[in-house]
Design a protein around this ligand. Structure first.
Ligand code: SF4
Length: 345
């Protein structure tokens, strides 16, 4: 188990379930637009938000933003220690520094102020901005990222600063997984997972499911960010789904068959409607929506609630037993009655 690190009103690590993060796309100094976007993300289930602190005005705006939101705020201060100090003064719950562009000698003042403000620091290594010393020696590799992390963690510890979260992100999924496994083995600090520059929606969700999901499956990862080009609101449902299918979040798991020539009903439409209707429920339920008698009864019996389709109707199962035969036109309503009943129970 990793150490527990408190970030604002959240705990990262310490055996707590992974926390979902996102990052705003607004100009941080535009407080109104930034708060609006954060509140939308909160509503979807974002639990920690990162903003860019790329100008003095942006760093200073963090205080005003923080007063209007309900989740911890993290400042990405890039290569500028002055922004780190301003963001901490403004009340950032965590800042992210990148060893590739924040020399050790600039850290002392930041560590002192972060300690005073009880803020956490993420040491975030990125394959696209590796420390020159290690990039020259090893190229873009696990070794380069690991050596850089060792150096920075040792420095933080030598200064008595242990409110640390680690991350090493690569756009290459295999490298991303390999480096984070090493970090997970080597350090007891919480790990933030994400595949950097993961691309547009379809590509990003696949890269993230593999790159984040495979690490979570092995027990690594205390916070995650699914990075998708475009509106950050896209990121949260994907992050929630990754956690849900891995059993790290409660929620309704909908199993549905792909359908084939044996299917004699509009199963795709039913599965889509049910999936949409249950996506925000946080009850642990498995629903099976199956097209015929081949695998249908087996899956439907094994689920909490399920159907096995026939011609224009389906058998409805509940806790392994057949409850009734339902006409295709009534299936959605009957399934939802049973799901809501189980959800309210
Ligand atoms: S359950 Fe039936 S309809 Fe669905 S894919 Fe399998 S064989 Fe086809």
């Amino acid at each position: 188990m990793t150490k527990a690190v408190r970030v604002g009103n959240r705990i990262i690590g310490g055996g707590f379930p992974p926390v979902i993060q996102s990052m705003t796309t607004t100009k941080t100094e535009d407080v109104e637009a930034t708060v609006r976007q954060i509140l939308e993300l909160e509503g979807l289930g974002c639990e920690i938000i990162r903003v860019t602190a790329n100008t003095e005005e942006a760093a200073r705006a963090i205080g005003e933003i923080k007063a209007q939101i309900h989740i911890p705020i993290v400042a990405d201060i890039h290569f500028n220690s002055k922004m780190a100090l301003l963001a901490l003064e403004a009340g950032a719950d965590k800042i992210r520094i990148n060893p590739g562009n924040m020399p050790l000698e600039e850290l002392d003042q930041i560590l002192t102020l972060a300690k005073k403000k009880d803020a956490a620091i993420r040491i975030g290594i990125n394959s696209g901005s590796l420390e020159k010393e290690f990039l020259d020696k090893y190229g873009i590799s696990v070794q380069a990222m690991l050596e850089s992390m060792r150096k920075y963690v040792a420095y933080f510890e030598s200064k008595g600063f242990e409110k640390i979260v680690l991350s090493a992100k690569a756009s290459d999924v295999a490298l991303n997984v390999a480096i984070n496994e090493e970090l997970g083995k080597l350090f007891s600090y919480p790990l933030h997972l994400g595949v950097t520059e993961a691309g547009i929606y379809e590509t990003a969700i696949i890269k993230s499911a593999i790159g984040i999901g495979s690490l979570l499956l092995k027990g690594y990862g205390d916070t995650i960010r699914v990075s998708i080009t475009g509106d950050p609101k896209q990121e949260i449902p994907v992050a929630k789904e990754i956690l849900k299918v891995l059993g790290l979040r409660t929620g309704v798991n909908v199993i549905s068959c792909p359908t084939c020539g044996r299917c004699e009903m509009n199963l795709a439409s039913l599965a889509t409607r049910v999936s949409e209707a249950v996506k925000d429920m946080d009850t642990d339920l498995t629903i099976a929506i199956m097209g015929c008698a081949v695998n249908g009864p087996g899956e439907a019996r094994a689920a909490d609630i399920g159907i096995a389709g026939g011609r224009g109707s389906a058998l409805l199962f509940k806790k392994g037993e057949i409850v009734e035969k339902v006409g295709e036109e009534d299936l959605f309503i009957r399934l939802m009655e049973e799901i809501k009943g189980a959800n309210d129970a």
